[in-house]
Structures are given as structure tokens and as C-alpha cells.
Design a protein around this ligand. Structure first.
Ligand code: IMP
Ligand code: MG
Length: 179
């Protein structure tokens, strides 16, 4: 019997339980710890969605690590420039440093591509991508994603930081929309 929750006007059912989430996060953290132990990476968690994943992940990284929080804010530019993205929160110098971008979910991949483009302007040594969830059926880009917690189907989900219209982030499990 699946748990049911209502978030705003939609009904969701349990999809990924806490125990599985913990295993997923442990596996990713172990891989990153092994791969980047001697690289002094800067972890960059993308707000808002990745705040819970990032807080669990960083506590499972077993070397002395630095984390910061960034956000891509959209604002309307002139008609010719259209929708302009601005990177906010990057206070560290990442020039010639490996950065690990922590994302909650990569769906079409468009948001992450915009993030990569903005970070490239700051000349990092390398941009490593880490996402809790990935929807391969929706992905329209071709960049490599270094660490994927779990690939899922195309359904809309909430919980563990992910929202539906701002709500549902505080749910401990991940829920998927019930048709
Ligand atoms: P993109 O399509 O990869 O650009 O994803 C953009 C953003 O949409 C993600 O960072 C999430 O914040 C959000 N998103 C994508 N799929 C879901 C979902 O199933 N639930 C909640 N948010 C989602
Ligand atoms: Mg997001």
C-alpha cells in the first residue's frame, strides 16, 4: 500500500523511500570521495532544489571539503536578449579549481547547460556534474553527467528538496504524481 500525499492541488504517491535515498547518496558520496580526494574540489550546490541532497551528500564526503551555494536567477532582458540568466552566490575564486555542481534533478538538461555556461566564464579547471536524479527520457542535451544517483522515468516528482509550485520540499521521501 503506497503512501499518498496532497501537495497543493495534486495527489502524489510514494516513489523513493528514505532507506533507498540514503543508499543512493552513500554510493555517490563514496565515488566522489574516492575520485576527488586529492583534488580539493569546491562543491557548489544549486538552490533551491538540491539543498537537502547537498546537506546529506556533503556529510558523507570523507575528506576535508568546502561547499558553497549558487543559483541561476532569470530576469527579463531587453527584447533582443530575451530571458537572461545571472549566476548568484559564487563568492569563491574557481579559476583553475575543480568544481562539483550538485543538482537535485536533470530533466531536459537545459538548466544545467545554462549553469555550465555561466561557470565556464570563471575558468574552472573542470566542471564535474553530480545529480541525485536523472530523467533520460527527457534529456535533450549531450554533455556527460559524471555522477547520477538514480535514473527515473518521466513522471513529475516532489519531496527531498524537490517542489511542486514551491511546496513539497520538506517531504522526507520522494513522491510521484498520481495520474
Ligand atoms: P531541466 O529540464 O533539466 O532544465 O530541469 C529544470 C528544473 O526543473 C530542475 O532543476 C528542477 O528544479 C525542475 N524539475 C524537473 N523535473 C522535476 C520534477 O519531476 N519535480 C520537480 N522539479 C522538477
Ligand atoms: Mg533544480
Amino acid at each position: 500500500m503506497k503512501d499518498i500525499v496532497v501537495v497543493k492541488d495534486k495527489v502524489f504517491e510514494t516513489y523513493i523511500l528514505e532507506t533507498e535515498l540514503e543508499n543512493i547518496v552513500s554510493n555517490v558520496a563514496q565515488k566522489i570521495s574516492n575520485d576527488l580526494r586529492n583534488e580539493n574540489p569546491l562543491f557548489l550546490a544549486t538552490l533551491n532544489g538540491s539543498f537537502i541532497f547537498a546537506s546529506d551528500l556533503i556529510r558523507k564526503i570523507d575528506f576535508d571539503a568546502e561547499i558553497s551555494f549558487i543559483k541561476l536567477a532569470s530576469y527579463s532582458g531587453t527584447e533582443s536578449t530575451g530571458n537572461v540568466k545571472q549566476l548568484i552566490g559564487l563568492n569563491e575564486n574557481i579559476e583553475n579549481r575543480i568544481v562539483v555542481v550538485i543538482e537535485d534533478i536533470i530533466d531536459t538538461g537545459i538548466s544545467m547547460e545554462a549553469m555550465i555556461e555561466e561557470l565556464q566564464k570563471h575558468s574552472p579547471k573542470k566542471i564535474v556534474l553530480c545529480t541525485l536524479l536523472f530523467k533520460p527520457g527527457k534529456f535533450v542535451k549531450d554533455y556527460a553527467i559524471d555522477y547520477i544517483g538514480k535514473s527515473i522515468d518521466d513522471d513529475f516528482i516532489v519531496g527531498y528538496g524537490l517542489d511542486y509550485e514551491g511546496f513539497g520540499r520538506n517531504l522526507s521521501k520522494i513522491y510521484k504524481i498520481k495520474e
